[in-house]
Design a protein around this ligand. Structure first.
Ligand code: ADP
Ligand code: ZN
Length: 610
């Protein structure tokens, strides 16, 4: 098959994954497609190969301007003629690209949506031979979604002006509602839909109770991901700066990234993250959409994301190469309060607020769950699965208990102080603490004073967090954060409803989970091979610097691992390694073989000396 030949010779891979083959065939034959595949699933090949097969230029519409240069560089490395048009270019640069387009000198052209919509650009495309349109990050068309881009709505114009050109829309985030919206707004009702499994089995999900967030984060990185590249997400710019400082003071290499920083600093930090091996990027969600770095080993959240879509997309940036990776989050009472408050105080209309509320509830339910996290995540995307054995719940199951009486105590305590006091005071009342404030208000005379002495303060906070997450209690931000009962509290107080709670778990010391072999990429290394692998990585760092591209554009870790294992000593042998296509063989082949031979000779020499 022609497509397989391109996969092997250009991209250096031996087999298509999952549905890639069907998608490629369908689009190459001129069909429209809607592709839902998780991050790291391999969406790019689904339009790149059909574009090469069909002749003419494949036009890729993407909002990720910052990424286009790397994408084009990576394609150039495998010998595909690619370019981009966006607002970062000078007039001369775009004129040159437009000339190449007219001359039929491009296989792939990346365009920002606002640029595409420009009348001149559309006319230019009409005058060119187009292989296909690929609409990347297609969920940006959804108004309820987290990445809405108004220009995306206008992309329906493609169907009207280029009715005979196949279109393929791709996204990694799509609940049913978003799916329908994509099909509707892009006029893809008749497109064939390809829905892949959303599971990312190599990612281990962990959500811990937040006690001291930054210390927990540091412990997590030190214990499980020392020396690894990772992303830490925080909600505010200020916190991003603080956490980056803290990690640097603790001996890690961390860089901040948020929208308040200058464009050049952001670009510099992003470039370092991509090009160096062990950088921890501390960022707001402004960072990372479409980040292609395949060897991000962990994604950590220090603040609660607003929705499961957002959480899944952010955590999906870990482990694109298929090797073990972690998604870790610390979550506490304050997060619930803060997120609820952000919704209440937002300017949005009531309908929108309600949708935000529903999305937050699903996120909270994921945090408080006592069953497998992956099962819940996948269920959210409409996919059925069974317990995964690779999340914190499966590995260390918490116990649930009937917490009705405990919750009733809490609810009555809130009620008895007239719903006018905040969490600290209510917990003091429950535990029977003789604080100044208790004396001042004579709350030691209440029937609820001391009825909850059996639980510690941390335990009460965990209970309160869950009751807020369940919507039994709310925090009134207009009244000094006073706790108030909601309508849902009534049946619980009357004993008509049972509340299941999660047993409070003292934070446990975590172990490095990650030094298990890379079974799934077929390369667990012996000590000698590990040394070879490290040397190959050094070579890659140097080479990447010389070519001014990210290291993974040269070769992926998986490819270097296989080389370290197989030690190919001829171009022919090197060709057989996954990730080595014809162009890379031509560019790096000789150098690579010479390097391997000299490294092996060196090792042998050392063995003789020892
Ligand atoms: P997505 O856009 O879906 O997040 P990418 O297209 O960036 O994913 O692919 C993720 C990684 O998987 C890339 O490094 C890519 O080279 C690799 N990949 C994709 N398809 C294959 C395949 N058939 N065989 C081996 N590696 C693949
Ligand atoms: Zn699980």
């Amino acid at each position: 098959m022609q497509a397989l030949h391109i996969l092997e010779t250009v991209f250096g891979y031996t087999a298509f994954r999952d549905q890639q083959a069907q998608i490629v065939e369908h689009v190459a034959n001129g069909g429209d497609a809607l592709v839902l595949m998780p991050t790291g699933g391999g969406k790019s090949l689904c339009y790149q190969i059909p574009a090469l097969l069909r002749g003419g230029v494949g036009v890729v519409i993407s909002p990720l301007i910052a990424l286009m240069q790397d994408q084009v560089d990576a394609l150039a490395e495998v010998g595909v003629r690619a370019a981009f048009l966006n607002s970062t270019q000078t007039h001369e640069e775009s004129a040159r690209i437009e000339y190449r387009l007219r001359m039929g000198d491009l296989d792939l052209l990346y365009i920002a949506p606002e640029r595409l919509m420009n009348a001149r650009c559309l006319a230019l495309l009409e005058a060119s031979k187009i292989a296909l349109f690929a609409i990347d990050e297609a969920h940006c068309v959804s108004q309820w979604g987290h990445d809405f881009r108004p220009e995306y709505i206008k992309l329906s114009v493609l169907h009207e002006r280029f009715p005979s050109i196949p279109r393929i829309a791709l996204t990694a985030t799509a609940d049913q509602q978003t799916r329908d919206e994509i099909a509707l707004r892009l006029q893809l009702d008749d497109a064939l839909k390809f829905v892949s499994s959303f599971d990312r089995p190599n990612i281990r999900y962990q959500i811990v109770e937040k006690t001291n967030g930054r210390k927990q984060l540091l412990d997590f990185i030190r214990n499980e991901h020392a020396g690894d590249a990772g992303i830490v997400y925080c909600l505010s710019r200020k916190k991003v700066e603080e956490i980056a400082d803290f990690l640097n003071e603790s001996g890690l290499t961390a860089l901040p990234y948020h929208a308040g920083m200058s464009y050049s600093t952001r670009a510099e930090h992003q470039a370092r993250f991509l090009r160096e091996e062990n950088i921890v990027m501390v960022a707001t969600i402004a960072f990372g959409m479409g980040i292609d770095k395949p060897d991000v080993r962990f994604v950590a959240h220090l603040d609660l994301p607003k929705s499961i879509e957002g959480y899944y997309q952010e955590t999906g940036r870990a482990g694109r190469d298929g090797a073990p990776a972690s998604a870790w989050m610390a979550y506490g009472l304050q997060d619930v309060v803060q997120q609820r408050r952000m919704i209440d105080e937002s300017e949005a209309d009531e309908t929108f607020k309600r949708i935000l509320g529903v999305k937050l509830d699903a996120m909270l339910a994921l945090c408080e769950t006592i069953t497998c996290r992956r099962v819940r995540l996948l269920a959210y995307f409409g996919q059925h699965s069974t317990a995964c054995n690779n999340c914190d719940i499966c590995l260390n199951p918490p116990t649930a208990y009937n917490g009705t009486i405990t919750v009733q105590k809490l609810l009555s305590a809130i009620y008895r102080v007239d719903q006018r006091f905040g969490a600290n005071h209510v917990i003091d009342v429950l535990r029977g603490i003789d604080s100044e404030k208790i004396k001042q208000w004579q709350h030691d005379r209440l029937s609820t004073f001391g009825i909850g002495a059996e639980l510690s303060e941390a335990e009460w906070r965990a209970v309160l967090r869950q009751t807020i997450a369940l919507g039994l209690v709310m925090v009134d931000h207009d009244a000094y954060h006073a706790l108030k009962l909601t309508n849902k509290a009534r049946p619980v107080l009357r004993g008509e409803e049972i509340v299941q709670l999660r047993q409070y778990q003292k934070p446990i010391k975590t172990k490095r989970i990650y030094n298990k072999p890379y079974a799934d990429i077929g390369a667990d290394l012996s000590p000698e091979e590990q040394i070879l692998f490290d040397k190959l990585r050094w070579w890659r760092v140097e080479t990447a610097r010389k070519h001014n591209v990210p290291a993974y554009v040269i070769f992926h870790d998986a490819t270097l691992r296989e080389i370290a294992k197989e030690k190919p000593n001829s171009l022919h042998a090197l060709r057989g390694v996954s990730g080595v296509g014809e162009k890379k063989l031509e560019t790096y082949g000789e150098e690579m073989i010479a390097l391997i031979n000299s490294l092996i000779a060196n090792q042998k020499l050392q063995d003789l000396i020892v």
